[in-house]
Design a protein around this ligand. Structure first.
Ligand code: NAI
Ligand code: MG
Length: 498
């Protein structure tokens, strides 16, 4: 496919933004039943990008009904595994083919640099669908010997799709989070009601168009844009939804669990983090410094895995802090659409206030900023990439998820000390370890209570690698084979055959 020129691209995006975006229900684009819309903003300027249908409980009801019909409908339930795989593969292809447009939508809506959305968010989303397409034909069961003395039996298991799935996603990687959720649901033959984050609904709407183009039958994927407290809550509580998959704050994760109790729907949760990033004094200093900076500043620190607690062994402490602080000061900050930008604005006014609040609280509690520490005045939701020292484990900035480009750095002496301190958190999503001693690295990796541990690297994601959290970072895993198991029910079939 020929790549579109920048001018054509802008036209495709402005055309897309010109008309209010609708809900996708039963294969058709419809206005919200209330007729209401909400505005989505460009966080680089605070200006309105476009209007989006404000779905609520009534629309969730319609979408769940459509998903239920589609789940029972032969167009999906009787489709061969191989055909389902081809459609999911095609969706991956369409994401690649429309990559420039999707990247632009993502950057406008979320604020992240266009270089990042084009190189990371979009290709990873396409890759996830390609990976999951291959699984459709490999979802299998087992056969079992039955030890009942008399009679002959044939006993086996089937993995059947769990049914109608509600998926609620956040704004930090809008398209990629949609892909992580939709991939395994579609691969296993479930049907879906997707509720994108109100801050960043645009790429999900475009993904819905591409899903129809790929041949996903009507009602299999329904998309209801709207607010969490209304549309999201209605989906989590809906009595005809069989599973809810959620990514977002730990606080809302707990509300989801309560709402799900009504019909005991299955729940998977991918929640917050306060990930330790541990640099030993035998590490390759340059890569540890670059890795520590990437761990916290990638995506403006708006990552559930952000390496927000940096621990450096005493001998290297000053050198690593200086290096990370120097990197922070060099980051080019600006609107995401500027190709030279390395860090854009935070996603919203709310997140801007929240992150600045944490910076101020840290400094008030006695932390010292060796880089940043302030908001950037003017329009848009910009803050300075920040490194805080003189921190201790009781400070709010060390205990709570900030979800911004703010890292606390603390020295440590021994492996035992750092193993305990790394685990001194309610979270357990990810961790980093930097050392040339691989034995030590793997031993610490085994002691850290987290779903992912990176050794001499950080922020490496792959569709094949299961991802999720220990403790209050969540329930279940996304991506990899593990995610498919969480979208299926196991049925034991036992037949007397003689
Ligand atoms: P949030 O947890 O409120 O939002 C995530 C999603 O949940 C959105 O789609 C939202 O509409 C929906 N939601 C909100 N309230 C709901 C409810 N009562 N029932 C059902 N769905 C609901 O997160 P928010 O407010 O955007 O960000 C607050 C903090 O959450 C961040 O500062 C960060 O610490 C954390 N967060 C973590 C993420 C992660 O990747 N684990 C992603 C986004 C936020
Ligand atoms: Mg919220």
């Amino acid at each position: 496919m020929a790549t579109a020129t920048p001018l054509q691209m802008q036209n495709a995006v402005s055309e897309f933004l010109a008309a209010p975006k609708k809900l996708l229900i039963d294969g058709k684009w419809v206005a919200a039943s209330s007729g209401k819309t909400f505005e989505t903003l460009d966080p680089a300027t605070g200006e309105v990008l476009g209007k989006v249908a404000e779905g609520d409980k009534a629309d969730i009801d319609l979408a769940v009904k459509a998903a239920r019909r589609a789940f029972e409908n032969s167009a999906w339930s009787k489709m061969t595994a191989s055909e389902r795989g081809r459609i999911i593969w095609k969706l991956g292809d369409l994401i690649e083919e429309n990559g420039d447009e999707l990247a632009e939508l993502e950057t406008l809506d979320n604020g992240k640099p266009i270089s990042v959305s084009r190189a990371a968010d979009i290709p990873l989303a396409a890759d996830l669908f390609h990976y999951m397409a291959g699984w459709t034909t490999k979802i299998d069961g087992s056969t079992f010997p039955i030890s009942i003395p008399r009679g002959e039996y044939l006993a086996y298991t089937r993995r059947e799709p769990i049914g109608v799935v509600g998926q609620i996603i956040p704004w930090n990687f809008p398209l990629l989070m949609a892909a992580w959720k939709l991939g395994p649901a579609l691969a296993t033959g479930c049907t879906v009601v997707l509720k994108p984050a109100e801050q960043t609904p645009l790429s999900a709407v475009r993904l819905g168009e591409l899903a129809l183009e790929a041949g996903i039958p009507a009602g299999v994927l329904n998309i209801v844009t709207g607010y969490g407290e209304t549309a999201g809550a209605a989906l989590a509580a809906h009595p005809d939804v069989d599973k809810i998959a959620f990514t977002g704050s730990t606080e809302v994760g707990k509300l989801i669990v309560q709402a799900a109790a009504g019909n005991l729907k299955k729940v998977t949760l991918e929640l917050g983090g306060k990930s330790p990033n541990v640099v030993f004094d035998d590490a390759d200093v340059d890569s540890a410094v670059a890795g520590a900076a990437n761990a916290i500043f990638f995506n403006h620190g708006q990552c559930c895995v952000a390496g927000s607690r940096l621990f450096v062994q005493e001998k290297l402490f000053d050198q690593v802090v200086e290096g990370v602080s120097a990197s922070a000061k060099k980051i080019r900050i600006g609107p995401g659409m500027d190709r030279k930008t390395q860090m854009g604005p935070l996603v919203s006014d709310e997140q801007h206030r929240r992150v600045i609040g944490y910076m101020e609280a840290g400094l008030k509690e006695g932390a010292k900023a060796t880089a940043g520490g302030k908001k950037i005045e003017g329009r848009g939701y910009f803050v300075e990439p920040t490194v805080l020292v003189n921190t201790n484990p009781n400070m709010k900035v060390v205990r709570e998820e900030i979800f911004g480009p703010v890292v606390t750095a603390m020295p440590f002496k021994s492996v035992d000390e750092i193993a305990a301190e790394a685990n001194n958190t309610n979270y357990g999503l990810a961790a980093g370890v930097w050392t040339r001693d691989l034995g030590k690295a793997h031993q610490l990796a085994h002691r850290i209570k987290a779903g992912t541990v990176w050794i001499n690297c950080y922020n490496v994601f792959d569709a094949a690698l299961p991802f999720g959290g220990y403790k209050q970072s969540g329930w279940g895993r996304e991506m990899g084979k593990e995610s498919l198991e969480l979208y299926t029910e196991v049925k034991s079939v036992c037949a007397r055959i003689g």
